[in-house]
Design a protein around this ligand. Structure first.
Ligand code: NAI
Length: 364
């Protein structure tokens, strides 16, 4: 891995060239533009290599990866083809460390990896469809570039507040992006997402500027562990930045539905007042629930300027060390937020947020 990491781009391009030359039929499983995809393959390999000595973590990761591949139409017979192309790309580019022993080790590792993924996907077939179709039933522009999109899945879609899903639009086939559910599960089965159109973002721009009621999108299975632990009465401290307020709103609704009074403190950050597109909903929730406090923090307001944005505003209140903490927003906000929280004595095991890697891929 050390030898190929600096030339990861070259190795992954070579890998895909080999794969599609040998198995042209597999090209149809991938998006037309392969840029994000290239990066993903290498990140997955790095993650697997990083956890190579931690069987439990590695198996949990590969289980998720195997299940996640169902929505792409991946079949057990595709795995050997990928394995051959991978070994071919590695042996060509890791020339100074490659030899019969290295090759045998990679063949054995890849065989194990693919078997775990195949087994996880097969077991999941008994529990859930590979994907869901969902019809857009609502589309509301909240700012010139943020829309709340509401969809109705074609079959029951069980999930937990705080989780997210992968979503594909009809305009960019096989290009999947992650979005959090913006509401706790509802009795009518309808799901909602907060989408910000980001510059040159294919999926986000399609969802904000093109999607209309009647359009049909596809959803993968729900995932993510940023969920409420209902076995405790710990207070919840929630930091939501920009459209990252979506899962925070779902968490608040979840606490309300469970009917246990526990204090929930939400800090809702935005660059400017006009960007607080969901503040009315959050204030309405605050009005109906005495245990809920919502504090908007705008970067260019006196409080934002003085305190150093969202993480700074959180530091000025508290203490928070008895709270479970949830962060959702841009990667920079999460990193700074986590640093701030650790700095004021909140322990790591109380802090939850989605994977920063997945968020980076999500904002397009
Ligand atoms: N739409 C969704 O369902 C979800 C979106 N997200 C992520 O949330 C982000 C939302 O982006 P925008 O709305 O454009 O947010 P934004 O860029 O407008 O920022 C929102 C807030 O985060 C703060 N912030 C940004 N960078 C920071 C940094 N480096 N340090 C400290 N604070 C920082 C800002 O001051 C502001 O208060 C995206 O990265 C997206 O992937 C996360 C979870 C769910």
């Amino acid at each position: 891995m050390a030898e190929i990491e600096p030339i990861a781009d070259k190795v992954t391009s070579y890998f895909y060239a080999q794969l599609f030359l040998r198995h042209p039929d597999l090209r149809a499983l991938f998006p037309a533009a392969m840029d994000v995809q290239r990066d993903r393959l290498f990140k997955a390999l790095l993650t697997a290599a990083t956890h190579a000595d931690d069987t439990a973590a590695l198996t949990a990761y590969l289980d998720r990866l195997g299940r996640g591949h169902r929505k792409y139409g991946t079949l057990p017979e595709h795995y050997p083809a990928v394995g051959e192309a991978l070994i071919c790309a590695l042996s060509r580019h890791a020339s100074s460390s490659w030899g019969p022993r290295t090759e045998a080790a990679w063949v054995s590792a890849y065989t194990t990896i693919s078997q775990i993924m195949i087994d996880a996907a097969t077991a999941d077939e008994l529990r859930a469809p590979a994907w869901w179709q969902a019809e857009v039933v609502g589309h509301e522009m909240r700012t010139p570039d943020v829309a709340v999109v509401t969809v109705r899945p074609d079959q029951p879609y069980p999930f937990l507040a705080g989780q997210y899903t992968a979503l594909e639009t009809p305009w960019w086939p096989r290009v999947w992006r992650h979005y959090s559910f913006a509401s706790a599960p509802r009795s009518d089965g309808v799901l909602s997402f907060h989408v910000k159109a980001v510059p040159a973002g294919w999926v986000s721009n399609a969802l904000v500027h093109r999607a209309r009621p009647g359009d049909v999108i596809r959803l993968g299975a729900p995932t993510g562990s940023m969920t409420v632990d209902h076995s405790t009465d710990n207070g919840l401290l929630c930091l939501g930045g920009g459209t990252g307020i979506a899962p925070i709103k779902a968490l608040v609704e979840d606490v309300a539905q469970h009917g246990r009074r526990r204090s929930v403190d939400v800090f809702y950050g935005a660059r400017r007042t006009d960007d607080l597109y969901d503040i009315e909903t959050m204030l309405r929730l605050q009005q109906s629930h005495s245990w809920l406090s919502v504090r908007p923090v705008v970067d260019d307001s006196p409080v934002g300027l003085l305190s150093g944005g969202l993480p700074g505003a959180v530091r000025e209140h508290g203490p928070w060390h008895t709270y479970d903490v949830y962060l959702s927003g841009p990667p920079g906000m999460i990193r700074r937020g986590v640093d701030t929280l650790l700095g004021i004595g909140v322990s790591t095991h109380r802090i939850r947020h989605d994977s920063i890697e997945e968020l980076v891929g999500a904002a397009t």
